[in-house]
Design a protein around this ligand. Structure first.
Ligand code: PLP
Length: 392
């Protein structure tokens, strides 16, 4: 029976990691994998998380099951950071549950919208590949629209066009900040327009916030999400703590649901809980419990936010240095300075990407996506020289 299963294509990024690991060159540069790196090339555990984990080991008295909603102390402690300190539940209309990472949250959100009768998911392209993979796995139809213009701004015309023909029964998947793979985010006035259009067309927003704090700042990165939520009756937010707490493999995320009225939340959330039960039953506890302990302790919150500031500043510094190189062969690196988060796309063809890898030991995704945090101040010039060589 199982021989009916067809060979699936290998995950290109995982294959790239293998190639990179096998490369003996000591000056190789890894711009493929999507994790933050320090100037020394490490992805360390946050100091605030280490302290919280120590506390957790000393104080946790049981590891008995918590339920499909996970650690609700974690879910609630995160809300003021996501939705704002003044009224983080928007008058009691938002409730959440813990999920295994942002991916678990997206899976649940998309399964929920399908159950609710959504037929189509509008999605800017290119997007993080797992968005389309989850939709395809759930048999949800996708309507792609162009995310960015050739000059490196958000393609608002394409968004307006797709929304013009959209309506009830459609959902729209939006990156809250630090767009993956392009780094091209909406400006605040563009978010204002998106909020108005989505509300007018009665399209259900699903906002993916996987990099809060790594773009312009914690509140700045939540501008679009908050703007959309006050404009519409219902919305979903898929949140990841895996980047902004450095918890990647511990799988920490949350799904938030906003309904028109508080009384409608119980029914909606019961679907989230039932879907979780049928998928992973209960989310893994450790990382979320550590985040909760950080958020419950003022000193640890300060330490966490300082660590996040350092990461954001380093990303900005690398971006500024790349942008300062300006025109490099056929590329213009200047727009990278105004983009946000870890990712940007370089307009390179397959041969150029291969030449970068083989001749220069520079590893990047086949789409031309680079993780700018993979660069250090010590190797940016080497990287720019390599780009110049393969593009001229
Ligand atoms: N959303 C986007 C845009 C991402 O880039 C990622 C991870 O790379 C995720 C969601 C999911 O993150 P995780 O499942 O690791 O929390």
């Amino acid at each position: 029976m199982l021989t009916n299963l067809q060979q699936q294509p290998a995950d290109a990024l995982l294959a790239l990691i293998k190639l990179h690991n096998a490369d003996p060159r000591t000056d190789k540069i890894d711009l493929g994998v999507g994790v933050y790196r320090t100037g020394q090339g490490d992805t360390p555990v946050f100091g605030a998380i280490k302290a919280a984990e120590k506390k957790l080991a000393e104080t946790q008295e049981s590891k008995a099951y918590l339920g499909p909603e996970g650690d609700m102390g974690f879910v609630e402690a995160l809300m003021p950071y996501v939705f704002g300190k003044v009224d983080p539940t928007l008058g009691g209309r938002i409730e959440g549950m813990q999920t295994p990472g942002g991916t678990g949250s997206l899976r649940l959100a998309l399964a929920m919208v399908k159950r609710a009768g959504v037929r189509r998911v509008l999605m800017g392209t290119p997007s993080w590949p797992n968005h389309a993979q989850i939709c395809a796995d759930l048999d949800l139809e996708m309507a792609g629209f162009n995310h960015a213009t050739p000059d490196g701004t958000a393609d608002m015309d394409a968004l307006r066009e797709v929304l013009r023909s959209a309506g009830e029964g459609d959902a729209i998947l939006l990156h809250g900040c630090c767009h993956n793979p392009s780094g091209i985010d909406y400006e605040n006035d563009e978010w204002d327009e998106i909020a108005r259009l989505v509300a007018e067309r009665k399209v259900l927003p699903l906002i993916d916030l996987a990099y809060q704090g790594l773009g312009l700042g914690m509140d700045e990165d939540a501008y679009g999400l908050r703007r959309v939520l006050v404009a519409v009756p219902e919305a979903l937010v898929a949140y990841s703590c895996d980047k902004n707490f450095g918890l990647y493999r511990d799988r920490v995320g949350a799904l938030y649901v906003m309904m028109g009225e508080e009384a409608q939340l119980a029914a909606a959330m019961s679907n989230g809980h039932a879907l979780a039960r049928a998928n992973w039953s209960q989310p893994p506890d450790h990382g979320a419990a550590a985040v909760r302990l950080v958020l419950e302790d003022e000193a640890l919150v300060r330490e966490w936010l300082d660590e996040l500031d350092t990461m954001r500043e380093r990303i900005r510094q690398v971006r500024s240095r790349l942008a300062a190189a300006g025109k490099v062969g056929t590329l213009d690196l200047a727009p990278l300075g105004g983009q946000n988060g870890m990712f940007s796309i370089l307009k390179l063809d397959k041969e150029q990407i291969l030449a970068l890898r083989e001749k220069h030991g520079v590893y990047m995704a086949g789409s031309g996506r680079i993780n700018v945090a993979g660069l250090t101040l010590g190797n940016i010039d080497t990287f720019v020289d390599a780009l110049e060589e393969v593009t001229t």
